[in-house]
Design a protein around this ligand. Structure first.
Ligand code: GLY
Length: 361
């Protein structure tokens, strides 16, 4: 096993560690035993992750510690993040005698993480939860910070809760089997951190394009640890996204959610974020917040990393604006956007002139 990086999310008695390594999946057993007593470990995974053996490796490592393990698998994809799947899972947990001393461990991508966390937050009024993210998107974003939930047909992640995990274990080796489009989707979120929150990360990405494109393990470990550090800091400052900086993690997301819904969730989240953040950057140029040089530099990085920059086919202008009105960031009926002000910085803007937006779409 190569060196591990440990990042702490400082949240008082709900603080936890994120372990970032390579070939460290088998570490899960000893990581979990620090949270004994545990009556049962319920592993939630999906049919793709099962195929690569990751969920079984996690199960074996936990079983070696003497903890009883149950393995549940759902269909892969955003279509599973529904109340119907949640109901099936609640009923299964009940049938299998899962009690409040159990821990639910999500092994997989964002869907398994968000849905697993939602089940853990609600079953028996709450059981403990652990994240083992196996996609780049989940490793850099969705597994950290405690946002869990399911989708409504017209609004992604609209029903949910905040439930911080006991810990997050990231094995970057799992990225070697990730399909190309899923990998690029994760890079959409990585670039988001650089453009909107951390100029050093942005420069690091620009300087390491070839290595990123061939999934160089050590470079990825560094990038993932950096993204987790940025997110951990923001979550510690503003856990519930109230008056603080957490909303800034949503650069490109107001547009992205509207695109995802119109594609019936066939457009992967990080790819939607990639396009959405270019739309936000163009809007920022029109609003006079950044110049064309900024925009070109961002587009260059997206293109070098194989990320989309143009509006997806089938997107309707009016419907996009309508869907954006339902975004969770909307307050008092006002559309709110995270717009860049420079490389590595951004701000929340809630007085965007709708005419600028219409030019944009
Ligand atoms: N993905 C944004 C957040 O966790 O706040």
């Amino acid at each position: 096993m190569s060196d591990l990086q440990i990042i702490s999310v400082a949240l008082g008695n709900r603080s936890y560690d994120i372990e970032v390594g390579a070939e460290n999946l088998e570490h899960i057993g000893s990581f979990l035993t620090t949270f004994q007593p545990i009556s049962t470990a319920v592993i939630l995974t999906d049919e793709n992750v099962i195929q690569h053996g990751y969920a079984h490796r996690v199960a074996e490592s936990i079983a070696e510690t003497g903890i009883d393990v149950h393995l549940l698998s759902i269909a892969a994809g955003e279509q599973s993040k529904t109340i119907e799947t949640a109901t099936t899972l609640w009923e299964t947990l009940l049938e299998e005698g899962i009690d409040r001393k159990s821990v639910l461990i999500s092994v997989g991508g964002g869907v398994v993480g968000d849905l697993g966390g939602f089940i853990a937050a609600t079953y028996a009024r709450g059981i403990r939860f652990f994240q083992v993210p196996t996609t780049l998107l989940a490793q850099v974003d969705s597994s950290v910070g405690g946002k869990v939930g399911i989708d409504l047909p017209k609004a992604k992640n609209m029903v949910g809760a905040f439930l911080q995990p006991l810990g997050v274990l990231i094995d970057t080796k799992t990225l070697q089997t990730l399909p190309e489009n899923q990998y690029r989707s994760g890079l959409g979120e990585v670039v988001k951190y650089g453009v909107s929150l951390d100029a050093k990360l942005f420069q690091f990405l620009e300087a390491n394009i070839e290595k990123i494109n061939i999934r160089h393990v050590e470079i990825l470990k560094q990038i993932i640890a950096d993204c987790c550090r940025i997110k951990a800091q923001i979550v510690a400052e503003d856990e519930f996204e109230t008056a603080g900086r957490r909303v800034l993690l949503n650069y490109g997301h107001t547009f992205a959610h509207a695109f995802e819904i119109q594609s019936h969730f066939t457009l992967l989240h990080g790819l939607a974020v990639s396009i959405g953040s270019i739309c936000a950057a163009r809007l920022a140029v029109r609003a006079g917040l950044v110049n064309e040089i900024f925009l070109k530099r961002q587009i260059r990085l997206h293109q070098a990393l194989g990320l989309p920059t143009e509006m997806p086919d089938g997107v309707d202008r009016k419907q996009t604006i309508e869907l954006m009105r339902h975004d969770k960031k909307t307050e008092f009926g006002k559309l709110r956007f995270i717009l860049p002000t420079d490389i590595g910085s951004c701000r929340l803007v809630d007085d965007v002139d709708l005419r600028l937006l219409e030019c944009e779409l």
